[in-house]
Design a protein around this ligand. Sequence first.
Ligand SMILES: Nc1ncnc2c1ncn2[C@@H]1O[C@H](COP(=O)(O)OP(=O)(O)OP(=O)(O)O)[C@@H](O)[C@H]1O
Length: 246
Amino acid sequence: MKLMEGLDTAVELVSVTKLYAHGVTALDDVTIGFRHGTFTAVMGPSGSGKSTLLQCAAGLDKATSGQVRVDGRDLTSLSERKLTLLRRNRIGFVFQAFNLLPSLTAAQNVGLPMRLAGRRPDRDVVRHSLAAVGLEDRADHRPAELSGGQQQRVAIARALVTRPAVLFGDEPTGALDTNTTRDVLRLLRSLVDKHAQTVVMVTHDPAAAAYADRVVFLADGRICGELADPTAEAVASRMLALEESC
Ligand SMILES: Nc1ncnc2c1ncn2[C@@H]1O[C@H](COP(=O)(O)OP(=O)(O)OP(=O)(O)O)[C@@H](O)[C@H]1O
C-alpha cells in the first residue's frame, strides 16, 4: 500500500495487524499517519487496541504484519540492535506510572537515556530539557520531593532529551488529579505549538482529548473515525455512540 502523507509524516502505520494468543486480533489492518508537529489523541472503548497501537508504533511490540514507519524508517524491517537505537534516539514514551528512578534526582533521571547509550549526560541538554517542562529549579529534587504532575513532567523531559521524532503517551494523565492533569496537557500542547513536537496520546478522558488537534477513534482493533479540532462535548458524544454500538 502507498504511503499516505510522505515526508510530512512523523509516524505511519500501514496495514498493521497485531494478533495475540488465544485468537485475539488487537489491531486489524490499521493504516494511519501522524503528521510532524501535531497532537493526536487516540480513544476507544476498553480493549479496542489503543495501547497495542501505541506499543507497535513505538517499536515496543512487534506488529504481526504491516509496516510501521518512524522518520521514514520501517521498524518492522530493522534488526533488534538497530531497533533499540532508533527507539532510544527517535522515540519518546511516557506512561501513566511515571517510572522515575527514586534514588536519582530529576536531572539524573532526565540524563538516563544518555547514560543508557553509554554517554555522559550533557548538562546543558539536561537543563534545557528540564526548562522545557518548567522544572529548571527542581533539578536536584528526587521524585519523592516532587508532586505527581512534576514527576510526570520530569518523565516528559526525560522522553524529550534525545529530541525524538515523536512523543507517545499512554494515559499520561491517568494518575493525576484535575489541576495537575491540566498542567501536563498544557505542557504537551505547548511542546507541539512552540517546538513542533509530534505527540500521540492515548486517553479515556474527552477533556484531555480536546487539547489535541485530532482525535482518532478505535473500536475492535480498527480505526472507526476521526474528529478534527475536537471539543470535549463532541468527543464525549462520539465515545458514547461507540460504546453503545460495542
Ligand atoms: N499480551 C497480550 N496477550 C493477549 N492478549 C492481549 C495482550 N495484550 C492485549 N491483549 C488483548 O488485545 C486487545 C487490545 O488490548 P489493548 O490493551 O491494546 O486495548 P486498550 O484499548 O488499550 O484497552 P484499555 O482501554 O482497557 O487499556 C484486548 O482484547 C486485550 O485483551
